[in-house]
Design a protein around this ligand. Structure first.
Ligand code: 3UK
Length: 502
């Protein structure tokens, strides 16, 4: 992996901010509730944050973990860290204390930026890791720091920040990204597919800890001098609608579940201020595409991206949407579909999707085995997805592992199974995805221990779900539990989850 070299010429925070602060300093960069942050204020606060890091004794390349709702403060922390040469790592705000303990250890974070109500704040961190609260003393701390800061100049291929990617086995993996990558995703997908310009107002339902949200609400609008809308709270359909009507964004970024729940909530609202809608994270059911178009007159552009690629590399285009397909390659990226021997398959045949492009991670942090598996010769990256392709249009066929996406977020069947197994009633179990209104949701199949039965305790499924509710974040909990006498297995005793899926 590329190492940081000071003495270079590049810092992506400068690329995203300096010109705008000069050319359109008074223009709103961020709308968040009642707060508006102009480009000038954004640049100054990013500088102040860089100076706060310096005062805390943080060094370039130190990790700064951010566990916080989308807010101006979390952007100051993200871009301020980059400007200073430290590596910010925004992570999911919905995890458990144990998860945060793992992430802080894995990244060896030097600083945790969070809020007092986050369970990340409860973690007993390593002696070298300090905590900084965005909702306690932060404004005063920022104000006390200088609004001027020199950027830590490196090379475009040096690391700028990390994200965390989940996998089917094991724990989330630190996924470093290069300085140039936020510019690359903006100049490819955001420019050629979405045509974002300074006239746009972007609103992303996905938060900035998710690569999709990070591009949608930070790098894309800032690259083109547009404005961005943050919703700090949990994006319930009511709040999303309210935010849409209040700020009238021109580009709306969602995930399939959100579109589905918005459709149920909407009641004749006029959304014609929206110019373009996108969907990613999981496949968009054609039915949701059709109903959204019927109700709003707008097409949703489904596209596939990943944490490792940073953003979308295959996408539908305005006026050229194939419902049920992910669309065509985004210029700047390459994709091919290969068999188990890495040979390209014939058109229409399913195989592993591999991709290549500047924004693909140089490799996971400290994971030589995973890197070996996913990073192929000549810079090709194995996505873990099964796809087919005809005439350049790619269609998603499923994962090549057991991972599920629910509401656009990863759910590892194994993690749920291991947690369920901690209950005394459970002998063994398997978790698989079942379709609910065209979207995949996790369901558990449970074999009970002797002495337990659903007949003698008709509340047992409820009790198991309650048990999980103390241990897993909500988005990872099964939607239902089926009690079975045995699970389908291979001769070697591996659970055949695919047999439960049908
Ligand atoms: C799946 C899709 C079908 C697919 C992401 C846009 O989702 C993002 O990143 P993740 O690392 O997950 C990546 C995996 O999710 N997937 C994503 N989009 C689609 N499957 N159709 C889709 N449209 O399995 C992929 O490998 O969480 C999405 C931008 C940035 C992102 N990080």
């Amino acid at each position: 992996m590329a190492q940081l070299k000071a003495g270079g010429t590049f810092n992506v925070a400068v690329e995203l901010l300096d010109n705008h602060a000069k050319l359109r300093g008074d223009k709103p960069a961020i709308f968040c509730g009642e707060t508006t942050v102009t480009y000038k204020e954004l640049e100054q606060n990013v500088n102040r944050f860089a100076n706060v890091l310096k005062d805390l004794g943080v060094k370039p390349k130190d990790r700064v973990m951010i566990v916080a709702p989308d807010s101006p403060g979390s952007v100051y922390a993200f871009l301020g860290s980059i400007k200073y040469g430290a590596w910010p790592a925004p992570v999911n705000t919905m995890l458990t204390e144990d998860d945060y303990e793992y992430l802080l250890k894995d990244s060896q974070a030097r600083l945790l930026v969070t809020t007092t109500d986050s369970c990340a704040s409860l973690v007993k961190t390593e002696a070298f890791c300090e905590k900084l609260f965005l909702d306690k003393g932060f404004d005063a701390l920022l104000k006390s720091a200088s609004e001027k800061a020199d950027p830590y100049l490196v090379e475009p291929d040096d690391i700028a920040f990390w994200l965390y990617s989940s996998g089917s086995t094991g724990k989330p993996k630190g996924t470093p990204h290069k300085q140039i990558s936020m510019i690359f995703t903006a100049d490819t997908y955001a420019k050629t597919v979405l045509d974002i310009s300074e006239d746009d107002v972007c609103f992303s339902v996905s938060k900035m800890f998710f690569a999709y949200g990070l591009g949608n609400s930070i790098s894309f609008p800032l690259r083109f001098g547009a404005s961005t809308v943050f919703l700090s709270d949990r994006p319930t359909p009511e709040l999303v609608l309210e935010t849409l009507l209040k700020f009238r964004p021109t580009v709306f970024f969602g995930v399939p579940t959100q579109y589905n729940s918005l459709l149920k909530k909407m009641n004749g609202e006029n959304l014609d201020f929206i110019r373009i809608c996108t969907s990613a994270g999981e496949a968009l059911p054609p039915e949701v595409f059709r109903r959204w178009k019927e109700k709003t007159g707008l097409e949703i552009l489904d596209g596939i991206g990943s944490t490792e690629a940073l953003h979308i590399f295959i996408s539908n285009r305005s006026g050229d949407v194939r419902p049920g397909a992910s669309g065509r390659i985004v210029p700047g990226y390459e994709a091919k579909i290969v068999n188990d021997d890495n040979q390209e398959v014939a058109p229409g045949e399913a195989g592993h999707l591999v991709i290549r492009g500047t924004s693909v991670t140089p490799g996971y942090w400290n994971r030589p085995e995973e890197n070996e598996k996913k990073i192929l010769p000549d810079g090709w990256f194995k996505t873990g997805d099964v796809y087919s392709q005809i005439d350049g249009y790619f269609t998603y066929q499923g994962r090549d592992d057991d991972m599920l996406k629910a509401g656009g977020l990863w759910v590892s069947p194994m993690e749920i199974e291991h947690t369920l197994m901690e209950h005394e009633a459970v002998n063994e179990c398997a978790v698989v995805g079942h379709g609910v209104e065209g979207l995949v949701k996790p369901f558990a199949y449970v074999v009970l221990n002797e002495g337990w039965s659903q007949q003698s305790d008709n509340q047992l499924d409820r009790k198991l779900l309650d048990f999980l509710s103390g241990k897993l974040p909500k988005f990872k909990r099964p939607w239902g539990i089926h009690f079975v006498n045995e699970l389908p297995k291979t001769a070697t005793g591996k659970i055949q989850r695919f047999k439960l899926r049908s």
